[in-house]
Ligand binder design. Structure first.
Ligand code: PLP
Length: 370
C-alpha cells in the first residue's frame, strides 16, 4: 500500500485550504462556450487600464537578455524605490508579488509554538503563510467589517511574533486613519513585527489613510509592504516590495529565493515608477468607477461596505453564491467571498466605466429573477 503523503505533511499544511483566485476569463469562456472578448472580469482587483505603453517598451528592451538570470539583488529597482521612499537600499526587500513578502516574513519569524495576529475578514494569504510554517493564526473579530486594532493589541501574547494588518483591507475595503495607527504602533510590544500591508495605498493617497513609511523611523518593528500588481498594473509579472529596518531586510534576504523577481518584472517596475500619468489615470478611473458602482447599488436597493481600495463588497441580502453563478452565465466574473465568512457579499473590482455598467446591468437582471 502506498504511503499517505497527506498525513506525512506538516500538521499546519494538512489543514490548509488552497488560495482560491478569481476565475480566469479563458476558463469561463471554455466552460460556457462564451466569447472571451465579451467577458468582463472584475474579480481580482486588477488594473482595468491595461499595461502602460512605457512598461511594454521597457519589457521589449529586456527581452534580448532572457537567457541570463535577473539581477538577484534588483539593484536598479531597489535604488529607485529607496529614493522614492526616502530610505536606504538596504531597507528594501523585493518580492515575487507582495505575497512573497508576506511569506518571507512568516518563514523568517514564525514557527510551531508561535503565532501571528490578524483580523477576521483579513487577506487570505495571512492564514495560509502562517499555517504553512506550523504557526498559529490568532483571528481577532472585526469591528464594522474593519480591523479592531484595540482588540488586536489585546490578542498579542508572549508567543506573538507578527501582526498582519492591511490598510485598506481586502476584501472589505475598510481602513483606519493615522491616529489609530499611531496609537497601535505605540503600544505593540517591540519584539512583535507589524506587517502593514499597503497593497492598495496608491488608490487612497491623500485621503484619510496614513502613509506607513512615515512611521518607520519611530517604530523599528514596522514593515510596510506594497505591490506593483494593483495601481501600477503589473499583476501578472509578480513584483512587490517591503520597506523595513535594515536588520529585518537582512533577515528576509536570508530566506528569499536567489532570483525571486524576474528581469521583465524588474524592468517593468522601474518603468512603471516613472509613469506618473498612468498612476493618476488609474486613480481617476477608480474614483469614478467607485461612484458609478455605488450609485448602481443604491438604485438596486443594495448596501455595501464603503471602500478605499479598487474594489467594493456589496451586500446581496441573501446567500450570494447563486447570484455569482448567474452573473457568470451573463459573462460577468466577480468574486464570491463566502470563504472569508461573508456569504452574502460579492466583491466587485472597479473596472472601466463600460465594464462597471455591464456588471450593474447583469446584476439588475439576475436580481430581478428573484
Ligand atoms: C491586501 C493584499 N495584500 C497583498 C496582496 C498580494 O498581491 P501581490 O502578491 O500581487 O502583490 C493582495 C492581492 O490581492 C492583497 O489584496
Amino acid at each position: 500500500m502506498s504511503c499517505d503523503f497527506l498525513a506525512l505533511a506538516q500538521p499546519g499544511v494538512q489543514k490548509l485550504s488552497p488560495y482560491v483566485p478569481g476565475k480566469p476569463v479563458d476558463e469561463l469562456a471554455r466552460e460556457l462556450d462564451l466569447d472571451p472578448a465579451n467577458i468582463v472580469k472584475l474579480a481580482s482587483n486588477e488594473n482595468p487600464l491595461g499595461p502602460s505603453p512605457k512598461v511594454l517598451e521597457a519589457i521589449r528592451a529586456e527581452l534580448a537578455e532572457l537567457t541570463r538570470y535577473p539581477d538577484g539583488n534588483g539593484f536598479e529597482l531597489k535604488t529607485r524605490l529607496a529614493a522614492r521612499c526616502g530610505v536606504s537600499t538596504a531597507q528594501v526587500t523585493l518580492g515575487n508579488g507582495s505575497n512573497d513578502i508576506l511569506d518571507l516574513v512568516a518563514r523568517a519569524y514564525l514557527a510551531p509554538g508561535l503565532n501571528a495576529v490578524f483580523s477576521q475578514y483579513a487577506f487570505a494569504v495571512y492564514p495560509i503563510s502562517t499555517q504553512a510554517v506550523g504557526a498559529q493564526g490568532k483571528v481577532v473579530p472585526a469591528k464594522d467589517w474593519g480591523h479592531d486594532l484595540e482588540a488586536m493589541l489585546a490578542a498579542i501574547d508572549a508567543n506573538t511574533r507578527v501582526v498582519f494588518i492591511a490598510n485598506p483591507n481586502n476584501p472589505t475595503g475598510t481602513w483606519f486613519g493615522p491616529d489609530a495607527l499611531a496609537r497601535f504602533l505605540e503600544r505593540v510590544p517591540e519584539n512583535v513585527l507589524v506587517v502593514l500591508d499597503e497593497a492598495y495605498i496608491e488608490y487612497a493617497e491623500g485621503d484619510e489613510l496614513p502613509d506607513g513609511l512615515q512611521y518607520l523611523d519611530a517604530h523599528p518593528n514596522l514593515l510596510v509592504s506594497r505591490t506593483f500588481s494593483k495601481a501600477y498594473g503589473l499583476a501578472s509579472l509578480r513584483v512587490g516590495y517591503a520597506i523595513s529596518t535594515q536588520q529585518v531586510a537582512d533577515v528576509l534576504n536570508r530566506v528569499r529565493q536567489p532570483f525571486n523577481v524576474n528581469s521583465l518584472a524588474l524592468a517593468a517596475a522601474c518603468a512603471a515608477l516613472d509613469d506618473s500619468g498612468y498612476l493618476a489615470e488609474g486613480r481617476r478611473i477608480n474614483d469614478l468607477g467607485m461612484v458609478q458602482l455605488e450609485e448602481g447599488f443604491r438604485r438596486l436597493g443594495l448596501t455595501w461596505i464603503p471602500s478605499k481600495g479598487n474594489f467594493i463588497a456589496v451586500d446581496i441580502g441573501r446567500d450570494a453564491a447563486a447570484i455569482y453563478q448567474a452573473l457568470l452565465a451573463e459573462g460577468v466574473i466577480v468574486r464570491p467571498v463566502g470563504g472569508y465568512g461573508m456569504p452574502n457579499h460579492l466583491r466587485i473590482s472597479i473596472g472601466l466605466p463600460e465594464e462597471n455598467a455591464r456588471c450593474l446591468e447583469a446584476l439588475a437582471k439576475v436580481l430581478a429573477r428573484g
